[in-house]
Design a binder for this molecule. Sequence first.
Ligand code: ADP
Length: 505
Amino acid sequence: MLTVGILIVLLTSVGVFFLSEQIEQQAMSDLEIKASSHFDQIVITRHWNANYGGIFVKKTGYMESNPYLKELGVEPDIHTIDNTTYTMKNPALMTREISEYTYIDQNLFFHITSLDPVNPVNAPDEFEVRSLEQFENNVRSSYEIFQDNGSYFYRYMEPLNVVPSCVNCHAGYSVGDIRGGISVKFPIDSTYAYVAQQKQNILLYGLILLVLTEGLLYILVRKYITKPLGGLIEGFDRLSSEEFGYQIVAETNDEIGILKSSFNDMSKKLEKSRKVEIENLELQKVNELKDVFIDIMHHDLLGPAGTVQSYADLVFEMESDEKQKKRIKNIRKSAMLLVERIKGAGQLAKLENGTKLELESQNIVKIIESTIQDQQEHLNEMNAEVEFNSSSSVYALVHSTIKEVFDNLLSNAIKYGPENGKVIIKLDDDADHCKISIVDSGDGIPDESKIEIFKRFSRVKKGNIKGSGLGLSIAKKIVDLHEGTIGVEDNPDGKGSVFWVKLKK
Ligand code: ADP
C-alpha cells in the first residue's frame, strides 16, 4: 500500500512537472511566432518602399529631410513649380518612423541596425551585435528575454538580406548578402502572468487529483484488502495459540475468499492431525501399558505355570492309579497350554510393536529340514510322515523368525491331520520369489474361516485338540514383516488344506 501510494505521488509529480514545461514551451513558441510575424510585416513594407526607390511625402512643418541620403549620393527633396517640397522616406527612415507609431500604440519597438550603419542612430546594441555575428554563421534568428524597470521584455531579431531593390542605394552589396537586421521588442509581462497562472492551476489540479487518488486507494485497500485480511490475521493468531479447527467467514469468491477457504481447509486438517497426534499419544501409552502387562505375564505368570507343568509331569510319572493319572494328564495339558499361550501372547506383542526385521539371504531347504527334524517327536506321536522333495538349495531373504512360521504350519498340519497321515512339503521358486506349500490330509478349513483363522484367538476346529489360536496370527505377522504373503487353500488333490507362504528372494 505504501509503495503504491509513493508511486502515485511520483507519477503525479512527474505529470505536473511535464505539463508545466509544456505550457512554458508553448508560451515561448507563441512569442517567437508573434515576433517573427511583426518582423515579416515590416520587411514586406520595406520591400514595397524599396521597390518604388523610396516614397516621397509632402514636406510640412518641421519635417527634416534625410541627411544620410546625400551621403549615398541621393537627393532627398523634390521642389515643384508651385513651391511645394516633397521629401523621400527611404526604407530605413520609414522603419524608424513606423517604430515610433507602434511603440506609442502597442508598446512594440522595431530597430533597424547594421554592423556598418550609415546613420549612427542605427548602431547595434550588445544583443544586436551578438545576433548579427551569429547571422554571419547562418543562424536564422535569435532572441533574448530581459528585465527593465521591473517588466519583462522579449527581443527577437532576424537578418535583412539584400534584395535587388536595395542595390540601387546600397552600392557595394550583392543580392543575398546580409545588410543588417531588424530587432523587435515588446513587453511580455502578461504572457509571464498567464504562464504562472497556468502552472499554478496545474499544480492545484495535480494536488486535488493526488488527494482524490490516494483517498480512493486508501478506501479501496481498506475495504477489499485490509478488512478481509483482518479475518485471516485473526485466524492465524488463533492457530498459533493452537486453536486448531478455527474457521473464518469467506464471503467473497475472489483471491482473498479462496485464501480464506484454503485457510479453513488447513485449519480443519490441522485439527484432524492434532486429534491423530493425541490418539497416537494415547496409543503409545496403551502400548507402554501393554508392554508392562506382557512383562508381568512373562515374569509373574510364566514361572508359576511352568512349575505347575513340571510338577504335573512329576506326579504323573509317580502315580500308578489310572483314574488319577488321567486327571493329572488333564492338569498337565492345561498347564502346557497356559505356558504356550503366555509365550505366544508375548511374542505377538513384540512383533506388533513395529519391529523391523533384518533380512538376509538364507537357504530355505535347510530351514525346512531343520523344522521337520524338530517336529519328529510330534510326527511319531501321530504316527505321521512328511514328504519333502527339493533341490539342495533355494535361497530367500529371511530372518531367523521364519522358522517359527514353518514350525507352526507343520505342527498344525500334523495336529489337524489324521493319525497315520502324510504331510507333503513343496518348494517352488521363480526369479524373484519362492513359495513353500504344506499340504495335509485333515478335515480342511471352511471357506468362511479361511481369513478368520489368521486373526488372534481364532479357532475353527477345537474338538479335543488343544491350541491357543495364536499360532497363525504370529505366523502372518512374521510373514508381513518379511513383506511376503501367507494363505490357505483347499487341497486340490483330495482331503485337507494347503497352507502356503510366499517370500522374496
Ligand atoms: P491353534 O492351532 O493353537 O488353535 P492356530 O492359530 O495355529 O492356533 O490355528 C488357528 C485355527 O486354524 C486352529 O484352531 C484350527 O481350527 C485352524 N487350523 C490351523 N491349521 C489347520 C489345518 N492344517 N487344518 C485344519 N485346521 C487348521
